[in-house]
Write a protein that binds this ligand. Structure first.
Ligand code: PLP
Length: 436
């Protein structure tokens, strides 16, 4: 079984030089929890400039779905780059963009027949497109989103985001017309989680905004940055009914949960409730910048000139996405389900009853371990989370936090069972060292 290989203290001398240069010239707004410098990578393994080898269960924030530098994705990128790098799909045609649009349109990502795709470059752009599309289509201004949600950093997306104050503070005024309801968390809200959330929505719809003013309900089927919170199975269906009753468009942000991460192509497929609009990014092109907003044709019928992007749907990104889809449909969705279930079982077995573990949750390879002060109050313990994440890094395992105090595992969907077991072992050791 391969283990991380640390040849220097961290960061090593070459990594230190890169960090010093980067810190001097790069925006101070970035959040870098530990000093990793990636030099090259393959599958789930990253090597730094000093030759240290790390097991990566971040996949570049849930992006490198097929593993770092999958040969088929790299080949598709190289071949396309030799033919055509850019021509701007907003003004001109090229084959690979149409091919990808057709392929995405046939995935059954949203309700109804006849789907269309808008291409952007990032998750936030997919959300911007969805907000604009829903407002345009319904001629209504309102958007209902959820506390704990993360939809991106651009002004529209951040208006819908309600994850951390630092992400919104001093950027106002944000877009008007955004409202936030409680997102149901079965761990902290118990069996009544959905009822409690729907009652809160009811209050908002009676006191702040009528349903006939809402263009969209925007929701993550599993909250990502908010803590990998999986809502109760009936929640999305309740939202669907509410939308149908009032002509509101239901938008799923599957930027993080989509493209096979949960063991199905889309997280909504676990509960069988399809949206009107879906936003995809992150894993869609294995690390090339690309996003897609998909709706049925009758919804996405805005006229030429209403919305576009110079780079969106770039040929090289589209080629990477075609190769990514081949791999996801071939075996990686199934691998995410199987290895995710095995990793979860190991976590349950090894730390399921640990006094500082409040919950182990997620689906497929979208897994989180929530660290708390004690199991009775479930009070989050961000300091412990930080200590464990740091300790993992110095043991050669790359993990990220999410939510107030969870550690997330969002590796390549190609992660092998052996590497998953190694990751769990190191995480368990780190927790034991930080919370003996
Ligand atoms: N939506 C969700 C659910 C996300 O997790 C993210 C990023 O983490 C975004 C949107 C924004 O994506 P991007 O950073 O590519 O703009």
């Amino acid at each position: 079984m391969r283990r991380p290989l640390l040849k220097t203290s961290l960061p090593g001398p070459k990594a230190r030089a890169i960090i010093d240069e980067s810190d001097a010239f790069i925006s101070t707004s970035y959040t870098r929890d530990f000093p990793l410098v990636a030099d090259h990578a393959e599958g789930a393994w990253i090597t730094d400039p000093d030759g240290n080898e790390f097991l990566d269960v971040t996949a570049g924030i849930a992006v490198c779905a097929t593993g770092h530098c999958h040969p088929r994705v790299v080949a598709a990128i190289c071949e396309q780059a030799k033919k055509l790098v850019h021509m701007s799909g907003t003004d001109f045609h090229y084959g690979v963009q149409g091919d990808l649009a057709m392929r995405l349109a046939r995935l059954g990502a949203v309700r109804g027949e006849g789907h269309r795709v808008y291409f952007g470059n990032s998750g936030a752009e997919a959300i911007e497109a969805a907000i604009k599309l829903c407002r345009y289509k319904t001629r209504r201004p309102g958007v209902l989103a959820f506390l704990g949600a993360f939809h991106g950093r651009t002004l529209g997306a951040v208006s819908a985001t309600a994850s951390k104050v630092v992400q919104r503070g001093h950027f106002g005024p944000l877009l008007p017309g955004f409202y936030h309801a409680i997102y149901p968390d079965p761990v902290r809200h118990g069996r009544d989680a959905t009822r409690r959330a729907m009652e809160h929505i009811d209050v908002l719809l009676h006191r702040l905004v009528g349903p006939d003013e809402l263009a969209a309900i925007l929701v993550e089927p599993i909250q990502g940055e908010g803590g990998y919170v999986v809502p109760p199975d009936d929640f999305l269906g309740e939202l669907r009914q509410l939308c149908d009753a009032h002509g509101i468009l239901l938008v799923f942000d599957e930027v993080q949960s989509g493209m096979g991460r949960t063991g199905k192509m889309f997280a909504w497929q676990h509960v069988g409730v399809a949206p009107d609009v879906i936003c995809l990014a992150k894993g869609i092109a294995s690390g090339m910048p690309l996003s897609a907003t998909i709706a049925r044709s009758e919804v996405m019928d805005w006229p030429p000139g209403t919305h576009a992007s110079t780079f969106g749907g770039n040929p090289v990104s589209c080629a990477a996405a075609m190769a990514t889809l081949d791999l996801l449909e071939g075996e990686l969705c199934a691998n995410a389900a199987a290895v995710g279930a095995a990793a979860r079982a190991l976590l349950e077995q090894k730390v399921g009853t640990h006094p500082r573990v409040g919950a182990i949750r997620g689906r497929g390879l979208m897994l989180a371990v929530d660290l708390v002060r004690d199991r009775q109050t479930l009070e989050p313990d961000p300091a412990l989370r930080h200590a464990v994440v740091e300790r993992c890094f110095y043991s050669g395992l790359l993990v990220l936090g999410c939510g107030p105090s969870a550690i997330r595992l969002c590796p390549a969907l190609s992660l092998g069972a052996d590497d998953a077991a190694t990751a769990v072992d190191i995480l368990v050791e780190a927790l034991a060292a930080c919370a003996p």
